[in-house]
Design a protein. Structure first.
Ligand SMILES: CC(C)(COP(=O)(O)OP(=O)(O)OC[C@H]1O[C@@H](n2cnc3c(N)ncnc32)[C@H](O)[C@@H]1OP(=O)(O)O)[C@@H](O)C(=O)NCCC(=O)NCCS
Lengths: 899, 185
């Protein structure tokens, strides 16, 4: 980031000598070169002579900041402003500090004042506009660009800024107007890709403002300048569809399918041009339309699996065509030994036609028989290689797993392993089967075995680490992971640096499962950190895009940024963060007793601190864009692969700062877990979650818990109504209703009368007609006899209400065996809850708690014999033996409980 | 089934994740954004029917040579390999390089030990070995630097470098050997 304007604001009082001006220049240079220690000495010396020189004072402030003396810098910056209220340099400098602190609203305020004090400064306007984009302050941004254009009418970037601002504000016609002007002033000489980009950007603007005819005619008239032909063609087709010009659309998409038969979007649009909205709702007549087309395309494109597969989607299971196609499609996979046959067919299992899975089962069982008896595929005389049998079993194992035939699935995969013990993929599937049945420890071992067979494949490495995390073997996971990352740094450091969010989330979940809430927070906060980085990445691309004129991509990018918190990794992390904070609220963090084992998977402070310094030369800047490996490549390739990099920091001063970042200041997550405002922390994540996922049931249910803490009962009702719309019978609706009314009863004296009145009025509705809480709970338990989740929660609430431990125990424990809906993983979740919340926090009789946990575990053990969470911990050898002996003998388990 | 289509901004998170899953050369999000905002036409993704990203090719133009494309990264999740996905991704990227940037050649680097990728590049896509770059990778493994002519008039200029003096060319994996069950890479 560039330091503020250096054009000296001539101080009022003293005239500077040439020498003084030169000193200031040197100062500026030292600052640019990040030689802060020298700079501060120079500044101090200068200030002895000119104690009120604003420029020198500002440089001194900035230098302090560069030396990481942030508080001093802020104090100094504020003082300069106070003494020089009308100095734009002073305000600009203070804004710069705030910007680097990422306090963008404050930075914007300062830049605004700086601008008011000097309306001619381009630098201030540029700095300000970057923050305005970041803050999506469009009206402000418009003003900035208009002023900038006024100051520098020939500068391309300002035009672009103005155009994109109008676009993002939704003023498409203004954007188009300026864009036309801009294209006119652009030199026409061979603009190539840039010109093409501008034309296509205009097409996008026209399309978005529904000026479809204009968009079409532009695409046509400027066709010769357009180089991104694929996009142009696709857009043309889309516009035809919007205009209901189906014949024309059909032609476009047929052409596109010729270019890339594997693009599913082209196929979908092609169907639309044939009046078919979706394959799920296809009519008989429509099937007859598609059949000959795909028959022909199928002949022409034997290697396009999309074209080969589509008929399986639309042909009914009982048609002859389906079976023929299925045979043809799968033959290729079985004979060539392509492992992904099941992945390619699995969409057929959940389509509208549930008979397809039956047809598939029968077909593959017959194929298996034929291969065993004759060595041929059904209906063929050709002898197949022995591996075909292997791949058939491999498929069937996955199929049986999918339809809940556990015994059969293990039988097939075990035979496949026997057939070819060196085939890696067999073990991957077997690990998956074990996982689906809750044997997470066995699954991790199995995956590790697969990994050992092909150590060069990072995919196996990644998944093996994942399986280890799922089994809460964090040390193992870290060890496996370390074979591909920089082993000098801790796993925490590496995953954070590489924004490896799947690992962060899995680690957070694992810590939570094992009761280490503080470490869970620590891991999950890394996900949040990655998202903050994604958001801040915006700062780096504005200038870049102005040069490249890739405006379509840029606008898409900003729109993506607007919604970035919608992405699943964030949602997953945020949900658990809220949960953990709420847990910590009830069960405050206690420092773990010193154990000899270091906290799993993470280097402790001591470890980190004592680790040898990783590099002798200063590594990377604060935000290395490309990782070590790639950096090496860059040097070798002399290809600059990075966006305009931040200035090099090769001064000693900087190294200290960088190394500091590597030291883990909170190795156990203690600081995170002991902040005074746990509820506020939860609330922060909750707010983001709800803002970007207003329909998320999970988010609303978590919100209820926060609201309960804050006694915001009306908000609870609001959220519950929302949940009811989506999942009318969600068991947690009941739980929250009961919890809320219980709390209100307990705190009757301090609850606002008007709120009480509303709650009283809502009772009839929320209690399903029951007149008292107790009646409601009992009625509820009776009504949902078949649902494990409902029974469990009813038992829990009953206990809270009546302290009738016998009845509660009965409901909770029997929910495992009596209902078909129990699955090993929701039972595990319940058990975690019992241990960490219900029994631990609730004012619960200790012997009842012990009894409850013990009996619940016992029931789960019987019902889910493979699930090791319910088994007592045992030695590794023991568990390997057992997992191999039990797997093939279990028959009585969980038909249809998962999914 | 796997669909092959141009990459969008909203694919980049999943692309980063696939890269972290499949390859030891990893990048921060900013680097993916840089590719996309500089050459939005050049990268492609593969997704399954549940819209999960299962493969990608990340391509660019050489910053010092506007007629030269470069494949920064290519990967397919193991669960979807050997389906021709990588071949198709590469073909799309190559076509886009020619169409949009009028590129004449495209280059890439591959680990010497990476037989699957080498076979794909050398046997299927007809890339030629330009040279061996010693200790190119972070873990000191050597790389083949490979190049493909995208236009017939450049074909003559690009040939496999004669590696005899230095060492033998790696043997492409034989079809017969591949057929045997339980193969290894
Ligand atoms: C290399 C990789 C991208 C190939 O992906 P893919 O989709 O399976 O490749 P394709 O199906 O298009 O294979 C094309 C050809 O490559 C060769 N090939 C692919 N995988 C192979 C393997 N495991 N062993 C031998 N040859 C292989 C074959 O010749 C194949 O043609 P064929 O199927 O007609 O025999 C994939 O294995 C991968 O992602 N690996 C990890 C990441 C990686 O190494 N990336 C490349 C970095 S430079």
């Amino acid at each position: 980031m560039a330091p503020p304007t250096k054009t000296a604001a001539a101080p009022k009082e003293v005239k500077l000598t040439t020498k003084d001006t030169n000193t200031l220049k040197t100062l500026s240079k030292l600052f640019d070169e990040r030689k802060y220690k020298k700079a501060i000495k120079q500044a101090d010396a200068f200030l002895k002579i000119h104690p009120t020189n604003v420029d020198a004072l500002c440089f001194r402030t900035l230098t302090l900041y560069g030396l990481n003396l942030k508080e001093e810098a802020h104090a100094a910056g504020k003082q300069v402003v106070r003494d020089n209220m009308s100095s734009f340099t002073a305000w600009h400098t203070l804004g710069f500090l705030h910007r680097n602190d990422k306090n963008f609203p404050e930075a914007l305020k300062c830049f605004r004042t700086a601008h008011r004090n000097n309306k001619e400064s381009v630098q201030i306007l540029k700095d300000m506009s970057l923050i305005q984009i970041f803050q999506r302050d469009y009206p402000g941004l418009l003003d900035s660009y208009k002023t900038l254009l006024h100051l520098q009418p020939g500068y391309k970037g300002h035009w672009i800024g103005l155009i994109t601002t109008y676009h993002l504000m939704g003023s498409h016609s203004q954007a188009i107007f300026i864009l036309d002007e801009f294209i006119n002033v652009l030199d026409q000489e061979n603009e190539g890709i840039r010109r093409s980009e501008l034309i296509l950007y205009k097409v996008q603007l026209l399309d978005e403002s529904n000026e479809l005819d204009k968009a079409l005619s532009l695409l046509k008239s400027d066709a010769k300048f357009i180089v991104d032909k694929l996009w142009a063609k696709n857009k043309t087709g889309e516009i035809y569809i919007k205009k209901n010009m189906l014949k024309e659309a059909e032609k476009v998409f047929t052409d596109l399918i010729k270019l890339n038969p594997d693009n599913m979007n082209y196929h979908k649009k092609f169907w639309e041009s044939k009046g078919i909205k979706s394959i799920e709702t296809i009519t008989k007549e429509q099937i007859e339309i598609l059949k000959p087309i795909y028959a022909e395309w199928g002949e022409l494109n034997p290697k396009s699996f999309v074209i080969q597969k589509i008929p399986l989607n639309f042909l009914p299971s009982d048609s002859e065509g389906f079976l023929i196609r299925l045979a043809k499609f799968s033959r290729h996979f079985l004979v060539k030994g392509i492992p992904s046959l099941f992945n390619n067919l699995k969409s057929l299992y959940n389509g509208g036609d549930d008979k397809k899975s039956k047809v598939i089962e029968k077909f593959f069982e017959e194929t298996l028989q034929s291969l065993i008896e004759k060595g041929t595929l059904v209906g063929s005389d050709q002898q197949e290689s022995p591996s075909t049998l292997l791949w058939c079993r491999y498929f069937l194992a996955q199929h049986y797993d999918r339809v809940g035939k556990i015994k059969e699935s293990f039988e097939q995969i075990d035979k496949a392993i026997e057939h070819t013990p060196t085939n890696v993929d067999n073990y991957i599937v077997r690990a998956k089967l074990l996982k689906h049945n809750g044997d997470l420890v066995g699954a991790a071992q199995q995956y590790e075995h697969a990994r050992q067979l092909d150590l060069a494949d990072r995919y196996l490495n990644t998944k093996s680490a994942l399986y280890a995390l799922r089994a809460d073997e964090r040390d193992n996971a870290s060890k496996i992971f370390k074979t591909v990352i920089d082993p000098n740094d801790s796993t925490m450091f590496n995953i954070s640096e590489y924004q490896c969010m799947w690992y962060e989330n899995e680690l957070g979940q694992s810590y939570y499962r094992t009761g280490d809430n503080a470490m869970s927070l620590k891991a999950l906060h890394l996900v949040d950190k990655a998202f903050t980085e994604f958001i801040e990445d915006q700062f780096d691309f504005f200038n870049h895009m102005q040069k490249k004129l890739t405006l379509r991509a840029y606008v898409d990018f900003l729109r993506w940024e607007d919604q970035v918190y919608k992405n699943k990794p964030f949602l997953d992390a945020a949900k658990l963060l809220v949960k953990v904070y709420l847990t910590l609220l009830k069960k405050p963090y206690v420092k773990p007793v010193e154990t000899t084992q270091s906290s799993a998977g993470v280097a402790t402070a001591a470890e980190t601190a004592s680790a040898p310094p990783t590099t002798t030369e200063p590594t990377a800047t604060t935000t290395p864009v490309v990782k070590e490996n790639e950096k090496k490549q860059n040097n070798k390739q002399n290809n600059k692969q990075t966006p305009p990099p931040p200035p090099k920091k090769d001064d000693d001063d900087e190294v200290e700062v960088d190394e500091k970042n590597k030291v883990d200041e909170d190795p156990l997550g203690e600081k995170l877990a002991t902040v005074p405002n746990l509820l506020e922390q939860a609330n922060k994540f909750l707010k983001t979650m709800l803002k970007f996922n207003p329909d998320s049931v999970d988010a609303h249910l978590l919100a209820c818990q926060c609201y309960l803490e804050k006694r915001k009962y009306l908000l609870i009702i609001q959220s519950l109504l929302k949940v009811k719309q989506v999942v009318p019978n969600h068991p947690l609706i009941f739980k929250n209703v009961v919890a809320m009314y219980r709390q209100v009863e307990q705190q009757a004296d301090t609850t606002d009368a008007s709120v009480k009145k509303i709650l009283e009025d809502e009772k009839a509705n929320l209690f399903d007609g029951a007149t008292s809480l107790l009646q409601f709970v009992e009625q509820y338990a009776a009504k949902h006899k078949d649902s494990h989740a409902h029974q469990f929660i009813a038992g829990e609430q009953l206990y809270h209400l009546t302290k009738d431990s016998a009845k509660a125990l009965d409901l909770i424990v029997n929910s495992v065996s009596s209902s078909a809906t129990a699955s090993w993983d929701n039972c595990r979740e319940n058990l975690v809850h019992l241990k960490s919340v219900f029994c631990d926090i609730g004012k619960i009789d200790q012997s009842f708690a012990d009894n409850l946990i013990q009996q619940y575990t016992e029931k789960c053990k019987i019902r889910f014999p493979l699930a090791n969470y319910f088994q007592p911990p045992k030695s590794i050898e023991q568990s390997t033996e057992e997992s191999t002996t039990t797997t093939t003998t279990t028959t009585t388990t969980t038909n249809g409980t998962s999914n | 089934m796997v669909s092959i289509r141009p990459c969008q901004v909203s694919d980049l998170l999943a692309m980063q994740n696939a890269n972290l899953t499949c390859l030891p050369e990893n990048y921060q999000m900013k680097y993916y954004l840089y590719h996309h905002l500089t050459w939005p036409q050049l990268s492609f993704v593969a997704e399954d029917e549940g819209n999960k990203l299962v493969g990608y090719v990340l391509a660019k133009i050489d910053e010092n040579n506007p007629k030269k494309g470069h494949i920064t990264s290519l990967a397919v999740l193991r669960s979807h390999r050997k389906l021709g996905v990588a071949t198709k991704l590469m073909k799309q990227a190559q076509a886009a390089l020619v169409e949009t940037f009028d590129a004449e050649v495209v280059s890439l680097h591959v680990r010497k030990s990476n037989r699957a990728a080498f076979t794909l590049y050398h046997e299927i896509l007809k890339f030629k070995i330009q040279e061996i770059e010693k200790e190119y990778y972070g873990d000191k493994e050597d790389a083949y630097s490979m190049t493909l002519a995208l236009k017939p008039e450049h074909e003559m200029t690009i040939k496999d470098k004669d590696l005899k003096k230095e060492e033998k060319k790696p043997e492409p994996i034989k079809k017969a050997a591949k057929k045997a069950a339980g193969k290894k890479k």
